[in-house]
Design a protein. Structure first.
Length: 214
């Protein structure tokens, strides 16, 4: 089964791709050089060429800052990838999946979608938008064998988490019921289950060690 991890060349994407390969999936870890989600033609060209059966959308832009200090440029920068990029991928991959009567779309969201914290207004709101888009897309395409789900990621030992100052991270870990960061291998297990289980559809799955429930 061909899996395209769009935005999958970062820390989490690279590890996730390796684990999925171990699970016998054919994986394409796709950076902006192959599929620039800010460019309609680039997205269309990639999707038309590869026709992935599974799309995992990992592309993300994040600029922390209080809402009143966000500028037009910082807002546009985040929404261009987090919202419009995902929409471009959905527009171009859906017809191929409908024709094949099969498809799996996984949007990598965040627990901040439902549990935001100060300074993450634009990022958190964009993830909430993506979660809602997932629900609607699942309603529109279930009869074509396509499932659409989002995984609300907590704090993992990879990716953007590595940018968090140690003092802040220690506080975050203390607030996680399991008292540790997630392992990407655990994320890969959830992804595999979502891909293989058609009855999981339109779901927002928190993978956070219980953080989203606190």
């Amino acid at each position: 089964m061909k899996v395209a991890l769009i935005g999958g060349t970062g820390g989490i994407g690279t590890k996730l791709s390796e684990y999925l390969v171990d699970k016998k999936f054919e994986c394409l870890a796709v950076g902006s050089g192959l599929c620039d989600v800010t460019n309609e033609d680039s997205v269309k060209e990639f999707i038309d060429k590869e026709k992935p059966e599974v799309v995992i959308y990992l592309s993300v832009n994040n600029i922390d800052g209080l809402i009143h200090k966000q500028t037009e440029e910082t807002v546009d920068y985040q929404l261009e990838v987090n919202l419009k990029g995902f929409m471009r991928v959905l527009r171009h991959v859906t017809p191929h999946m409908r024709e094949a009567n099969f498809g799996r779309i996984i949007y990598m969201s965040s627990i901040l979608s439902t549990n935001p914290i100060k300074g993450t207004g634009v990022y958190s709101a964009s993830k909430a938008f993506g979660d809602t888009l997932v629900k609607v897309h699942s309603l529109e395409n279930a009869k074509y064998g396509i499932t659409t789900n989002s995984i609300q990621m907590g704090y993992f030992d990879a990716g953007l988490t590595n940018r968090v100052p140690e003092k802040v991270m220690n506080s975050v870990i203390d607030s996680i019921p399991l008292k540790r960061l997630g392992d990407v291998a655990e994320l890969a297990d959830v992804v595999e289950t979502v891909i293989k289980t058609e009855y999981i559809n339109g779901a927002q799955i928190a993978v956070s060690g219980g953080y989203a429930n606190t």
